[in-house]
Design a binder for this molecule. Structure first.
Ligand SMILES: Cc1cc2nc3c(=O)[nH]c(=O)nc-3n(C[C@H](O)[C@H](O)[C@H](O)COP(=O)(O)O)c2cc1C
Length: 187
């Protein structure tokens, strides 16, 4: 069974991020694919700011701390990912970037979809994330979720996406499942 991790992007105590991730999980589960979906919350990983002596690719999945090894094992479990990221100053939050930088081979030859949000839909953040994921040998599907803080949230705090997003979102789920399944043969 193909396993897709839904990775949170914000670690703020007041984040709206988890609401969006939970909506994605619910939408994916109701889509009726033969994949399983699980939220991976970076706020719970126990990893602080990146501070490793050896680049993760060279460490070859043997890391110095328990939290780092647990993060490695967690990401190893999945065939693909849906990244749910806000935009901070035209980029992804530094906490999400650290969680990507912490690993190397664990990401390789997997697929991902990107769901972004912000006052300008998080488009700049999603483009930056596509570049980082390419460097980690993660293939990103074209359909993308891009939600507006003004139109898809009530009072900029409660996630209530417009109906118009749903057909494209269905395509996003279908593509990330198909690519994640296909790339198993590469690994
Ligand atoms: C430091 C900071 C920078 C931000 N920069 C942007 C930005 O460049 N583009 C944008 O669309 N929204 C920007 N925003 C708005 C955030 O996307 C919005 O606050 C969102 O709720 C943050 O997600 P979170 O609540 O899950 O952390 C910024 C917010 C913060 C706190």
């Amino acid at each position: 069974m193909t396993k897709i991790g839904i990775i949170t992007g914000s670690t703020r105590d007041v984040r709206v991020n988890l609401q969006v991730a939970e909506w994605v999980e619910n939408f994916a589960n109701n889509r009726g694919t033969d994949a399983v979906f699980e939220i991976i919350d970076i706020k719970e990983s126990g990893l602080g700011r990146f501070n490793e002596a050896i680049p993760p690719l060279m460490a070859n999945k043997k890391y110095a701390t328990e939290a780092h090894n647990a993060w490695s094992k967690k990401i190893d479990e999945f065939d693909g990912f849906i990244f749910v990221t806000p935009e901070y100053n035209k980029n992804i939050p530094s906490g999400l970037k650290d969680h990507l930088d912490y690993l190397g081979k664990e990401w390789h030859h997997k697929a991902a979809a990107i769901v972004s949000y912000g006052s300008t839909l998080g488009i700049a953040a999603s483009l930056a994330l596509r570049t980082t994921l390419a460097n980690l040998k993660v293939a990103t599907v074209e359909p993308q979720g891009a939600f507006s803080l003004f139109n898809d949230f009530e009072n900029m705090t409660t996630f209530k996406p417009l109906e118009v997003h749903k057909p494209r979102f269905g395509e996003l789920i279908d593509d990330v499942v198909a690519w994640s399944t296909a790339l198993k043969s590469v690994r």
